[in-house]
Ligand binder design. Structure first.
Ligand code: 5AD
Ligand code: SF4
Length: 477
């Protein structure tokens, strides 16, 4: 799944996010999110829906009345981790029999029979399009019934819900601009767990960005599985049935990006994730035109070999992808670029793997998320191909790719030393409480003395030295 930044995904850093906030009275919600940024953003919608019902949130599950785990299904490992966590929560139920435990998100559909009926691990199972039904489902669970809603919608975008910003630094926030995915990459479970692609009304997106800016936020990340296919032609109008005229009048991603950039020059705009087959030059020119649109693109490649890409149903070849990267570098020579890549997809030969190796060397990415292929239920790959690459070989190939990327990250980071970077101050550095951390436009992390600065300020920082992924610097002004 492209998210995600990407996040993405069973927690990319392998960490769960526990979120806190809200009113001190009423029932208490504990929510833990795994996976992509979209899932974290969904947890903020869930919290908003429940805060409206008088709930408050807590970071201690022992004092919660309702525990939710927002799950990710992208790779198999994520499932095991969630099961373990749910077992811990089930034990907490022994102490507090009124406690309601629910599983939300991408695993909901697949695991409803298992978790709810067979293993009785949870009381509620709710899919990503059914969060408005939560107050009702919690009520049912409290009456002792099993409560399930995993219906996927073609329309739901939660456009009217103002997310509660959880675990927030007050400076950076996510805005979900679309939901679902229509791409059907053969390895990917997302189209099955998150349903059809639908775009959100641009006015609601712009007003959310404006509202965040007025509250002191200085950076928004526009989220979607495939932001380049964003298209808004008016409520209820599906992309597939648009007339040429309607299509010409519709708001596309480049136009949306511009609208958000115009909210205020002091509001930085990022987005994730782009798809190589859909990323237009228009988007790149819009990025180049506005200083506050960050010069950073996450462009997942998945494989460096055209035959593998075909089996993956990605809709582009190695050459097409390379042309897209060349175009990014031509239009924005300073842009940071990252990617996602997978090793050991069905039938991947040594020669095909070598193409991924050479592409990674050629791409010189600033950053990459790298995975061993993991077969997912219902996907085209599961139905059509054999998962025939032994686990050790997948891992060996992955290690080779990781080593190339480490070198590339080091090279990119070192090249930034000795230069002055415009940084948005985000929060105290985790390693040194006398320092701030922030990012430059290329999404590179900088750590520097606090001086008179506060989160939300912009500052010029001279990078004096670095680790593999962090620049260490001094304030210039
Ligand atoms: N196995 C391994 N990695 C996967 N991804 C998506 N599906 C799978 C899978 N079945 C990766 C892709 C995607 C990222 C978010 O997760 O690289 O871009
Ligand atoms: Fe991304 Fe493809 Fe999955 Fe859609 S189907 S979320 S484009 S990997």
């Amino acid at each position: 799944m492209e998210t995600g930044n990407k996040v993405i995904i069973e927690s990319r850093q392998g960490e769960a996010l526990v979120t806190e906030g809200g009113k001190p009275d009423g029932k208490k919600l504990f929510i833990e999110s795994y996976g992509c940024q979209m899932n974290f953003s969904d947890s903020e919608i869930v919290a908003s829906i429940l805060l409206d019902q008088g709930f408050s949130t807590t970071g201690d599950f022992n004092e919660a009345d309702v525990i939710f785990v927002n799950t990710c299904a992208i790779r198999e490992g994520a499932e095991q981790r969630v099961r373990k966590r749910l077992t811990e929560f089930k034990n907490a139920k022994k102490k507090n029999p009124d406690l309601v435990v629910g599983v939300l998100g991408c695993m909901a559909e697949r695991l409803k029979a298992k978790f709810l009926e067979e293993e009785k691990l949870v009381d509620i199972v709710v899919g990503p399009d059914a969060y408005r039904d939560l107050p009702n489902l919690i009520g049912r669970a409290e009456e002792g019934h099993k409560a399930v809603n995993v219906i996927l919608s073609k329309e739901e975008t939660y456009a009217d819900i103002t997310p509660v910003r959880l675990d927030s630094n007050g400076v950076t926030a996510f805005i979900s601009i679309m939901r679902g995915c229509d791409n059907m990459c053969s390895f990917c479970v997302v189209p099955f767990t998150r349903g059809r692609e639908r775009s959100r009304d641009p006015e609601s997106i712009v007003s959310e960005a404006r509202d965040l800016f007025e509250k002191g936020y200085r950076e928004v990340t526009l989220l979607g599985q495939n932001v380049d296919s964003y298209l808004w032609a008016g409520g209820g109008l599906k992309k597939e049935i648009l007339t040429d005229e309607q299509r010409a009048q519709a708001v596309n991603f480049a136009q949306l990006l511009e609208k958000v950039a115009l909210v205020n020059p002091l509001l930085r705009v990022r987005f994730s994730t782009s798809h190589p087959k859909d990323m237009t030059d228009d988007v790149l020119h819009t990025m180049a035109k506005y200083e506050n649109i960050c010069k950073y693109i996450h462009l997942p490649v998945q494989s460096g070999n055209s035959d593998v890409l075909e089996r993956m149903n990605r809709g582009y070849s190695r050459e097409w992808y390379m042309e897209r990267i060349n175009t990014i570098r031509r239009i924005m020579p300073e842009a940071g670029i990252s990617t996602d890549i997978m090793t050991g997809f069905c039938g991947e030969t040594e020669a095909e793997h070598r193409d991924s190796v050479s592409l990674m060397e050629w791409g010189e990415y600033d950053f990459a998320y790298m995975f061993a292929y993991s077969e997912r239920p219902k996907t085209q790959a599961e139905r059509q191909f054999e998962d025939d690459i032994p686990e050790e070989l997948k891992k060996k190939r992955l290690q080779e790719i990781i080593e190339i990327q480490q070198e590339s990250s080091m090279k990119k980071t070192k090249a930034m030393v000795g230069k002055v970077h415009r940084v948005l101050v985000e929060r105290t550095s985790k390693k040194d409480e006398n320092k701030w951390m922030g990012r430059n436009t290329q999404n590179m992390v900088l750590v520097f003395p606090k001086g008179e600065l506060k989160p939300g300020d912009y500052v010029d920082v001279l990078a004096t030295t670095c680790t593999a992924t962090t620049l260490i610097g001094e304030i210039v002004r």
